[in-house]
Design a binder for this molecule. Structure first.
Ligand SMILES: C[S@@+](CC[C@H](N)C(=O)[O-])C[C@H]1O[C@@H](n2cnc3c(N)ncnc32)[C@H](O)[C@@H]1O
Length: 283
């Protein structure tokens, strides 16, 4: 049997040749061996056990095809918790954790007492909805998605993480409108990539199209949410969205037209990119 070191060296070389991030091989090995990096270095020269080697080689073949590591492992960390992910859901991104953090800060500031009625529209794996519900026990959360398969993943995460989110299948706000839901706070990370944008293979070929593309200019879902939002908003309400880094001007204009007189704010992420849109209605 080859040693850990040999297997790792070979696979890093192979990843380099196909343009996949080399360190993914080590991350995969650490996860499958259930070891820390320090433990792995301790046994670096030892032979890899045959069952582990077989498991690793099977997963490595997928990595070489540019499948995201998170789908191979079946999970992604988000806001300190492990979320199940599969090919039916977008892999939650680190940028979206910043949306969650800003929403939590606004709950403290604008809704400091009592129950906060919230919805996450286009919930995917449930990462936003479940994190908010667990971080702030005053939140009463519903979440929607058009994809029944995505909702299956979100429900599993909700059960595993012992959250109490209620999920509805349907088109954007429609399932909320049908049920007469009225919100203090609406959150959404809708698909916002323009249809013609060229994406990396690992995204384009593996993540669900319905989670990525937002029409010709990427703004289709925002327009539709803005048009119908008044039907689910309480008199005082905040709306918070993740946005594409180059969509600030277009979305500010759309939001000011749809929510006349309301404060509209775009926040930057940790990399200095315009990433979040907040609309404050009577707060
Ligand atoms: C960018 S992903 C966000 C997923 C998750 N909220 C996150 O932040 O990781 C967008 C989600 O919106 C859902 N979606 C797309 N079009 C929709 C529609 N018309 N109505 C409801 N959900 C939709 C997709 O299925 C996908 O789960």
């Amino acid at each position: 049997m080859p040693s850990y070191k040999e297997v790792l060296r070979n696979s890093q070389q192979e990843l380099k040749e196909v343009g996949v991030y080399e360190q993914s091989a080590q991350l995969l090995m650490l996860e499958l061996a259930n070891q820390s990096a320090a433990d792995l270095y301790m046994c670096y020269e030892e032979e890899m056990p045959s069952d582990l080697l077989a498991k690793y080689m099977e997963a490595f073949a997928r990595l070489k095809q540019q499948e995201p590591l998170q789908y191979i492992l079946g999970y992604q960390w988000f806001y300190g918790r492990q979320f199940i992910v599969d090919e039916n859901v977008l892999i939650p991104r680190y940028e979206t954790e910043e949306l969650v953090a800003n929403v939590l800060a606004d709950i403290d500031e604008y809704f400091p007492e009592g129950t906060v009625s919230m919805a996450d529209v286009g919930t995917g794996s449930g990462a936003i909805a479940i994190s908010l519900a667990l971080e702030e026990p005053r939140v009463s959360m519903v979440a929607s998605d058009i994809s029944e398969e995505a909702l299956g993943v979100a429900r599993k995460n909700n059960a595993n993480l012992e959250a109490n989110v209620e999920f509805f299948q349907g088109d954007l706000l429609e399932p909320l409108i049908e049920r007469g839901v009225k919100l203090d706070f609406l959150v959404s990370n809708p698909p916002y990539i323009p249809d013609s944008q060229v994406l990396e293979v690992s995204v384009k070929d593996f993540e669900p199209n319905v989670a990525l593309f937002g029409g010709v200019d990427g703004l289709y879902c925002y327009r539709r949410i803005f048009e119908r939002a008044h039907l689910v908003m309480k008199d005082r309400c905040i709306l918070a969205f993740e946005i594409g880094y180059d969509q600030k001007e277009a979305l500010e204009a759309l939001a000011k037209e749809a929510f006349v007189g309301d404060k509209v704010e775009v926040l930057k992420d940790i990399n200095g990119k315009d990433r979040m849109l907040f609309i404050y209605h009577n707060v």
